[in-house]
Design a protein around this ligand. Sequence first.
Ligand SMILES: C[S@@+](CC[C@H](N)C(=O)[O-])C[C@H]1O[C@@H](n2cnc3c(N)ncnc32)[C@H](O)[C@@H]1O
Length: 219
Amino acid sequence: MLDRQVVHELQVIANFARMCQVVAGVEGWLRPTEGYALARMASVAHVPGEVVEIGSFKGLSSCWLAMGLMMGKVSGKAFAIDHFRGSPEHQPGQKFVDKDIAASGSTRAIFDATLSSKGLTGHVEAIPMASVEAAEEWRRRGARPIRLVFIDGDHSYEASAQDFALWSEFVTPGGYVAFHDVNAWEGVTRFVGELVAAKGVFKPMFAVDSIRVFQRSMA
Ligand SMILES: C[S@@+](CC[C@H](N)C(=O)[O-])C[C@H]1O[C@@H](n2cnc3c(N)ncnc32)[C@H](O)[C@@H]1O
C-alpha cells in the first residue's frame, strides 16, 4: 500500500518531468534542478512582491519562473531584464561565443520565440535594458517591492556586486536573492562568499547545484 507521502512524491516527480519537457531544446546553462528551484520559489508568494531576473538570454530561466507562477496560480508576471546583447563571454572570439549574437548582435528574437512557442508569453514581461538602466526604470515605475530576484547576468565580481546593490534594495523583508553559477565563475563566487561572510540582512538559505539563495531578514 502506497501512503500519501509516496503518492505526493510521485506526483512531484511527474510534474518536474513535465516541466523539463516544456523547456527541452531551449538553449542555456541552467540545469533542470536549478530551474525547478526557481519555479518553486516563484510559485509561493510568501511575501508580497514581484519576481525579477537579471539575465534572460534565450528565455530558459524565464520559462521556469513563468511555470512557477502558473504552478502556484500566482498572479503577475516575471520581469526579464536583459539588454540581449550577451555577456562578455558570448562575444565573438570569447570562450562561449554565441552564434546568434555573432549573427545579429541580439538574443531578443529567440527569447520572444522561446516564450511564445512554450505558451508562456503572457507570464513574462521583458525589460530590454542593461541592469543599471532597468533599475532606474523600476524606480520610475514606482519601485515595486520584489520577493524574488534571480541574478544571472554578467558574472564578473564587479557586475555581480553591482546587480546585487541595484536590485537588493527593492527586495522585501522575507524575499529572496538567488545567484547562478556560483563555483562556476570566479567573480560571482567571490562576491557570494563575501555576502555570506558579511552576515548582513541577507542570510544564506540554501543551495541547489550552482544556485545560492539568500533571504532578507524579516526585521
Ligand atoms: C548567462 S546568460 C543568462 C542565462 C539565462 N538566465 C538562462 O537561464 O538561460 C547572461 C545574460 O545576461 C545578459 N547581461 C549581461 N550583462 C548584462 C547587464 N549589465 N544588464 C542586463 N543584462 C546583462 C546577457 O545579455 C545574457 O543574455
